[in-house]
Design a protein around this ligand. Structure first.
Ligand code: UFG
Length: 338
């Protein structure tokens, strides 16, 4: 029998890619998204790509009654919770908004799950919970340090809440993403940043498209191989597939109080300058960029130790950095045509 998965934030970037992979693996999907930071573009993309139209409810995960209705209408087997605000800089300006939205919605969702006896839960976490780790590549048991931003704090608090509820009849997996980039190879799904992008890859593609005049590399005097920061860039489709692998594993677990945490990255650190070069190489485009000052709050380098996820979930990324940058560029060209 087909399992029904509730995906909160399913109209967003990572959520929509995961919905497409879930449908490909024969799950029924129900999407909840309040469309506060996106529109219905990716829902349409899911439909075009999968030839399936999942049930969609434009509701807020802080709205207990509306969530209850969704659980009444569908026999939910498991929940993947993406819905959250994610702009690190904005979170320093609006900490209360971030805590209310990210922590509040998690608590509301877990309460509704409890009411309807739904026990399987996957949480969208972030490598931001590590802060600047002492040892790199970072493993899942690295100490959780002081969060660099209210956004990071919400992810730490949410993980703590999940830990508390999994001691009481809930099974959960927390996936700590590194830097998700790229788009679906079909160019039906991709990232749709609102306003000026904060993140590197959308800024690169918008510069290549002529929407931004020039890219600035934030800091070239870091103690790294070329002076720019190092991150672990993971293709969004690989990340989506990690959710499907995690879900299959979670559903197999018989213990009623199960909790596991996985890094999801490639295990390889790339500098900002290397990403720019890879984009130029992959797409035969020369980018205009300048070397600027450091961006406050940036960690110097972080990349994942992926031993645990590859052993336990048998998951490995399939796409290269060049693939991700090619797909991101295909997507950018497509949305510019619109
Ligand atoms: N960068 C530039 N120029 C830009 C944009 C970014 O040089 O125009 C640099 C940044 O300084 C950083 C690197 O590119 O060195 C990556 O920056 P991103 O903003 O793309 O990503 P972050 O690593 O800052 O943040 C990402 C996610 C967060 C998540 C965090 C975890 O956006 O949601 O990883 O570390 F919390």
């Amino acid at each position: 029998m087909k399992k029904t998965i509730l995906v909160t934030g399913g109209a967003g970037y990572i959520g929509a890619h995961t919905v497409a992979e879930l449908i490909a693996q024969n799950y029924d999907v129900v999407i909840v998204d309040n469309l506060s930071v996106c529109d219905e573009t990716l829902l349409l993309g899911i439909e075009l790509l999968t030839k399936t139209k999942p049930s969609f409810y434009p509701i807020d995960c802080n709205d207990y009654k509306s969530l209850q209705n969704v659980f009444k209408l569908h026999n939910i087997d498991a929940v993947i919770h993406f819905a959250a605000f994610k702009a690190v800089g904005e979170s320093t300006q609006k900490p209360l908004v971030y805590h209310y939205n990210n922590v509040g919605s998690l608590i509301t969702l877990l309460r509704v799950m409890e009411e309807f006896n739904v026990k399987d839960f996957i949480f969208s976490s972030s490598c931001t919970v590590y802060g600047q780790p002492d040892t790199i590549p970072v493993t899942e048991d690295a100490p959780i340090k002081k969060a660099e931003s209210p956004y990071g704090a919400t992810k730490q608090i949410c993980e703590q809440i999940i830990k508390d509820v999994t001691s009481q009849n809930v099974k959960a997996i927390s996936l700590r993403y590194f830097n998700p980039i790229g788009a679906h190879p079909s160019a039906e799904l991709g990232e749709l940043p609102i306003g000026t992008p904060n993140n590197l890859v959308p800024f690169i593609t918008q510069t290549a498209a002529g929407v931004r005049q020039q890219l600035t590399v934030f800091g070239t005097d870091y103690p790294t191989r070329d002076g720019s920061c190092i991150r672990d860039y993971i293709h969004v489709v690989d990340l989506a597939k990690a959710h499907v692998a995690a879900l299959a594993y979670l559903l197999e677990q018989s213990s009623s109080t199960f909790l596991d945490i996985f890094n999801v990255g490639t295990g390889e650190g790339k500098t900002v300058l290397e990403v720019i070069e890879a984009f130029e190489r992959a797409n035969q485009i020369t980018l205009t960029y300048t070397k600027g000052p450091r961006r406050p709050g940036d960690v110097i380098q972080v990349y994942a130790d992926t031993t645990y996820i590859s052993k336990k979930l048998n998951w490995k990324p399939e796409y290269t950095l060049e693939d991700a940058l090619q797909h991101a560029w295909q997507w950018e060209k497509k949305i510019r045509k619109r």
